[in-house]
Design a protein around this ligand. Structure first.
Ligand SMILES: Cc1cc2nc3c(=O)[nH]c(=O)nc-3n(C[C@H](O)[C@H](O)[C@H](O)COP(=O)(O)OP(=O)(O)OC[C@H]3O[C@@H](n4cnc5c(N)ncnc54)[C@H](O)[C@@H]3O)c2cc1C
Length: 358
């Protein structure tokens, strides 16, 4: 059945990592097949939902600051070329608490890189990924809805199979399966990827009140409270979420309905920090999952036993913005044998969590 053609690269998973990987490979004239079980940035995916923060600040961590800088350029170029205004320069405000060590480090790092956070803002998530996939197809990639079955053989993988009986033959395979990576490779990644339940709330703003929309209100992060939020974008209301890791979940089956306890905590928080929204109704909710590695560093490395199989994921709740740089990095690994960033290696991924990247 089908799949007679051998591709240069098959990318499994059309979230932000897989979509940008396919895009960079297609731009470099590779024959690329991109598949996704449920669709690009689908409702279960970590890249789903309306919006994501695009920020440069990472404490003292220059790697992700550099990647965010590089990625924002590419996001903007893509949105300009495709005439999709999916980056909103709301600015990003870091709020300071009693312990502001990370804020001071962020400020020092940003100064070294000559960047000012007013140029940061919000990426429209689901539509951003759909745009990347459409543009990858324009560049020559093929996209197909298919669920890959876990490859098992060691050594060189000639083809993989899909749930509906197709075979996909390729020279290289990139598994960009986000929170599913542990399910696809249970032996190697089952204990190294920690998908955590994350609940997101949108509070309705008072009628006729422009104080909660950009430019009056920027995107904001308050790390001491472990909370972030966004202004009223596209009239969805004020967005807020806790950045603490929730319980371990299965991305296929977890309930997408918020818990009463989290809704109550969100209400209390908004009443405390935004008194004018004390009685505001929750007008929308989302339940997603982070796909955490042990410390928050990405996982982009070769399978330890399958020589032409790669992992690309471990976005750990901060990966969306970095999609362009991640895709470019994967293409460099596959096509140029570019130097590998040690922090992305499988070897550095432990089986107990100790979050270090925020
Ligand atoms: C609530 C929330 C808030 C966040 N906030 C931010 C933020 O503000 N800024 C930021 O930069 N990042 C943020 N992130 C993190 C960011 O969204 C993720 O790191 C990123 O989207 C992960 O992308 P991915 O491509 O690795 O995974 P996914 O988007 O989950 O993509 C994986 C894809 O693989 C597919 N798949 C899985 N198994 C198979 C299979 N066997 N066959 C075929 N397809 C398969 C799935 O259907 C899915 O589409 C947030 C995440 C969440 C959940």
């Amino acid at each position: 059945m089908g799949g007679q053609r051998a591709y240069d690269v098959a990318v499994i998973g059309a979230g932000v990592f897989g979509a940008w990987t396919a895009w960079h490979l297609a731009r470099r004239k590779q024959r690329v097949l991109l598949v996704d079980a449920y669709g690009p940035a689908n409702a279960r995916a970590s890249s789903g939902g309306e919006s994501r923060i695009m920020r440069m600040g990472y404490g003292a961590d220059e790697l992700y600051t550099r990647w965010a800088q590089r990625s924002l350029v590419q996001w903007k170029e893509l949105f300009a070329a495709t005439k999709q205004p999916l980056f909103l320069e709301t600015g990003v405000l870091w709020l300071t608490g009693d312990d502001d060590a990370r804020l001071r480090q962020t400020s020092a790092t940003l100064k070294r890189w000559g960047l000012f956070e007013p140029n940061s803002g919000v990426l429209m998530a689901r539509r951003g990924v759909a745009t990347v996939v459409e543009d990858a197809v324009r560049l020559g990639a093929e996209y197909r809805c298919a669920q890959a079955i876990n490859p098992r053989e060691a050594g060189r993988v000639e083809h993989i199979s899909t749930r509906n009986g197709e075979r996909i033959a390729a020279r290289q395979f990139v598994f960009a399966c986000g929170p599913w990576l542990g399910k696809v490779f249970p032996d190697v990644l089952g204990s190294r990827i920690f998908p955590s339940r994350q609940e997101v709330f949108f509070f309705g703003i008072p009628g006729g009140d422009a104080r909660f929309a950009p430019p009056a209100l920027p995107t904001w992060l308050f790390q001491e409270d472990e909370v972030y939020g966004m202004p009223d974008i596209e009239s969805r209301g004020l967005k807020m979420a806790f950045d603490r890791h929730g319980e371990r979940v299965d991305p296929d089956t977890q309930s997408r309905i918020v818990s009463p306890a989290m809704a109550e905590a969100a209400r209390k928080y908004v009443a405390r920090r935004f008194p004018a929204l004390r009685d505001a109704p929750i007008v929308e909710t989302r339940v997603c999952q982070y796909e955490n590695t042990s410390n928050g560093d990405f996982l982009i490395d070769r399978h330890p036993e399958m020589e032409n199989v790669w992992f690309a994921g471990g976005g750990s709740g901060h990966g969306y913005k970095h999609g362009p740089a991640a895709g470019e990095y994967v293409a460099g690994q596959l096509l140029d044998g570019a130097p590998a960033e040690p922090r992305f290696s499988l070897d550095t991924k432990a089986t107990t969590q100790n979050r270090a990247v925020f």
